[in-house]
Structure formats: structure tokens, C-alpha cells
Design a protein around this ligand. Sequence first.
Ligand SMILES: C[S@@+](CC[C@H](N)C(=O)[O-])C[C@H]1O[C@@H](n2cnc3c(N)ncnc32)[C@H](O)[C@@H]1O
Length: 225
Amino acid sequence: MQTAVALRTDKLPQTIAARTQRVYDHLAAVYPASTFLFHSKAHKQALEMSGLRNGMSVLEIATGSGEMFRRIIKANSIGYTCGVDLSPNMAARTQRVARRKFPAANLDCQAVDARVLPFRCDAFDAVFCCYLFELLGGADIESTLEEIHRVMKPRATFTMVLIGQHTRLFNKAYHVAGSLVPAFWGRQVATKFPELVKRANFRIVEDIQLRQGFYPSRILTARKD
Ligand SMILES: C[S@@+](CC[C@H](N)C(=O)[O-])C[C@H]1O[C@@H](n2cnc3c(N)ncnc32)[C@H](O)[C@@H]1O
């Protein structure tokens, strides 16, 4: 009942994956600029909060053009770092650049829909996911959190970055942008997210908000107990 009410009021009641894939495929070559300007501070903070140790088996979901992926590889040079993104162009770019910059690293990045992860249960010590959940419909957010929980080892850490909702003017602008191009912007979900994370059987261990210029982010670290 609660979920049904939430879905009725949701600005993105269903994932529009085919359109999202097309939009991000077209943007793969220019997306690094946007990440540098708006996401890099949150990426750095997320890595610090994650407790990642070199030698782990690490998954990043929705790598985009691979800026966070390369940060993770640098910190996990003797471990295994795996990335996935819905957009084949994003995934291919991420893998190509990472292999060029870190030829000795054990890494892999493939085009995969996060809603069905092609990994066995209990596979990863740490999972990262930055700025994806805005693009998933309500029911898919819940099932994707369950998928992430499934592929994590017990005691593993899940670090997620969301678009913050703590700046009123930004929220208004985002609302307009999301109505115009929902496949690219989606809608903000940060405020209700801690509740969804807890419902998926994670324990939240840290929750912070920051801004890079006018762009707000919320970063959560959660553990599978
Ligand atoms: C806003 S970008 C964020 C990119 C990167 N994580 C960052 O922090 O800069 C969202 C990314 O999510 C990917 N994406 C969207 N829906 C997805 C899905 N269902 N499964 C996997 N990736 C998805 C898009 O292709 C895009 O690269």
C-alpha cells in the first residue's frame, strides 16, 4: 500500500531504460567534463567513506565515463575492480581508458543493466553507485537495492552518491530539467533514500551532504550485516 502510494506520486513511476541508454550513449565523449565540474568532490568523499582497502573485489555500478572507476582502481591496484553501465558507449570508454592508464590492473567494465546483475551471490567486498537511482523507477530502485545486497559479501560496504535535495533553488531547477528530459535527469530521490536502503536490509553507517559549486550531493555508506 505504501509503495503503491509512493509510485502514484513518483515523477518517474517507471524506468525508461531504452531512452536513458540512448541519451547517455550520445554523451559518452563529452560526459567527463560534467563529472569533473559536478561530481568529482563527491567521488573523492565517497572513496574516503567507503573504507576500501587495496586487494578487495570491488564493483562500481553505472560508471558513466569512468572517472570514479579510475579512482577506485588507483586505490585498489592489487585487487579486482569491475564496472557496469547501461550504455555500451560509456562502458566501452570506461574500460578503454582504464586499461590504457592502468595496464597492470585487474579490471573489467561491461554494458549491463543494474537491475539484473550478472554476478553470483556474495561476490564483492565493496560496491559503489553514484548518481544512478534518480534514473530508476520506484519499484526498480527497491529491486536494484536487493540485487546489490545479494552480490555483496557479508560485512561488505555499499557507498552511494545521490543528487542532494538540500538546496531549494537547485531543486526547482532540477524539477524543470527532469520534466523536460526525464531520460537524462530523472528526478531527485535523496530525501527518501535512507529509508529505502534500510528496507533493503542495509545498516547505514555514514550519511553526509556536500556541494560542488551550486550542485548538491548526498553520500551514504551502508553495510550488509
Ligand atoms: C548521471 S550518470 C552518472 C555517471 C557516473 N556514475 C558519475 O558519477 O559521474 C548516470 C549513469 O547511469 C547509467 N545508467 C542509467 N540507467 C542504468 C541502469 N539501469 N543500469 C546501469 N547503468 C545505468 C547511465 O548510462 C549513465 O552512465
